[in-house]
Design a protein. Structure first.
Length: 127
């Protein structure tokens, strides 16, 4: 399953996001292996900093450090996926300022999450 096949924003209704920064993972995920979804706030301004970008993306670098701080040794996005973690953002577009308004969270984050989470059969969640 590719998350990009489950989620699509057609009209970009929010004013405090950069819809040219719209990112949804195009990677292949085995939804039956996902046990935990880690959700960060918004997509990065630079797509090369996204969790699933090649090279040394900033979002992945900070996530690897968080795993290390928690005592879990991982060195790549694939190792994180293999542990049953899926990384995503609540808002699929990048921010235009430091924070995102509550209205944007209501419009996009909840809408996207309600479409994204059911793709994972083994996951239990409250929405």
């Amino acid at each position: 399953m590719k998350p990009a096949e489950c989620i699509e924003c057609k009209n970009f209704p929010c004013s405090d996001i950069n819809n040219s920064g719209y990112l949804v993972p195009a990677v292949e995920i085995d939804p039956g292996k996902v046990k935990v979804i880690m959700i960060s706030e918004a997509s990065p301004e630079n797509p090369h900093d996204y969790f699933y970008a090649s090279g040394d993306p900033f979002y992945l670098k900070t996530t690897l450090q968080a795993f290390s701080d928690a005592g879990v040794s991982v060195n790549s996005i694939q190792e994180i996926l293999d542990l049953g973690f899926y990384l995503t953002t609540a808002v699929k577009c990048s921010k235009t300022q430091y924070g995102i308004s509550a209205q944007t969270v209501k419009k996009t984050a909840l809408w996207c999450l309600r479409r994204n989470l059911p793709c994972f059969q083994m996951l239990r969640y409250i929405c």
